[in-house]
Design a protein around this ligand. Structure first.
Ligand code: ADP
Ligand code: MG
Length: 269
């Protein structure tokens, strides 16, 4: 990988304002097409960063780079001070083995537009599965925690339901509980409400608001401007693989500086 500089660690763990996500000059190409053209981003612990931008601007690709589902071509990403996908040794960067990458990924929860629940498992089993398999928690303890998480997302009465017996909004809340079951320090949301009927969007956003209030660090790709305005600590507007504009969500939404931001907001507001 070219263009990678070895940089000092982020602030001490425990410091509330420490950077949870720090990305510098992230480049990503697919073949000859450069999709990310040098993304810089900082999200502090406990903050909610809303990522907006037109379709094809590279938002999903960037999220996938954060948990190394995509390998970046240049730049670097740290999560809670730890370089993603690479180890520093002797002043050089070495690509991590898949096992180490998997360990890093465990601390990053991801929720997609499509919920991808296991259709043959109950809500409870969907949530308890990874903690028992991956975290090797005791089955009884994992199921107890899964029940508490489902309670937390308002599904305490649906533990035994299969995904097919749940609405889209309920399924997405199970997916959120499933991600939380791995005790992530960072949650990435990729258009979590885009596939939902309009009347089901609110219940999912409410769960996300609750999470934010609880201090979870989140990056949320969304077209829900109301959510960005109300819950976001920062708003990042991407277009064409670059960050065009960023700042306080209320300020950017009320008074976008860049023509591309203005045009985008005019369409979604
Ligand atoms: P967004 O989420 O903002 O809509 P994406 O990150 O999904 O944008 O896509 C950005 C660009 O990268 C698009 O042009 C898309 O076609 C391209 N792209 C994404 N993933 C791949 C891939 N695996 N192979 C080739 N091109 C891809
Ligand atoms: Mg996308």
């Amino acid at each position: 990988m070219t263009g990678v500089k070895v940089l000092p660690q982020a602030g001490p763990p425990g410091a509330e304002s420490r950077p949870m996500v720090h990305a510098e000059q992230v480049h990503k190409s697919f073949g000859s097409i450069e999709v990310l053209k040098g993304i810089d981003l900082q999200v502090r612990a406990g903050e909610v960063c809303c990522l907006l931008g037109p379709s094809g601007s590279g938002k999903s690709t960037f999220l996938r780079c954060i948990n190394h589902l995509e390998k970046i071509n240049a730049g670097w990403i740290r999560v809670d001070g730890e370089l993603i996908g690479y180890r520093e040794r002797g002043g050089k960067l070495h690509e991590m083995r898949e096992k180490e990458v998997a360990a890093q990924r465990r601390s990053i929860g991801m929720v997609f537009q499509r919920f991808n629940l296991f259709p043959h498992m109950t809500a409870l089993d969907n949530v308890a599965e990874a903690p028992t398999l991956v975290r090797r928690e005791k089955k009884s303890a994992a199921r107890e925690r899964a029940a508490a998480l489902l309670e937390r997302v308002g599904l305490g009465d649906k533990l035994g339901n299969y995904p097919g017996q749940l609405s889209g909004g309920q399924q997405q809340r199970v997916a959120i509980a499933r991600a939380l079951a791995m005790k992530p320090k960072l949650m990435l949301f990729d258009e979590p409400t885009s596939a939902l009927d309009p009347e089901l969007v609110g219940e999912v956003l409410d769960v996300m608001k609750d999470l934010a209030r609880d201090g979870m660090t989140m990056i949320v790709v969304t077209h829900e401007i109301g959510f960005a305005r109300e819950v976001g600590d920062s708003l990042v507007f991407m277009d064409g693989g670059v960050v065009v504009e960023q700042g306080n969500p209320r300020e950017v939404i009320a008074d976008p500086k860049h023509d591309r931001t203005k045009a985008f907001l005019a369409k979604v507001l």
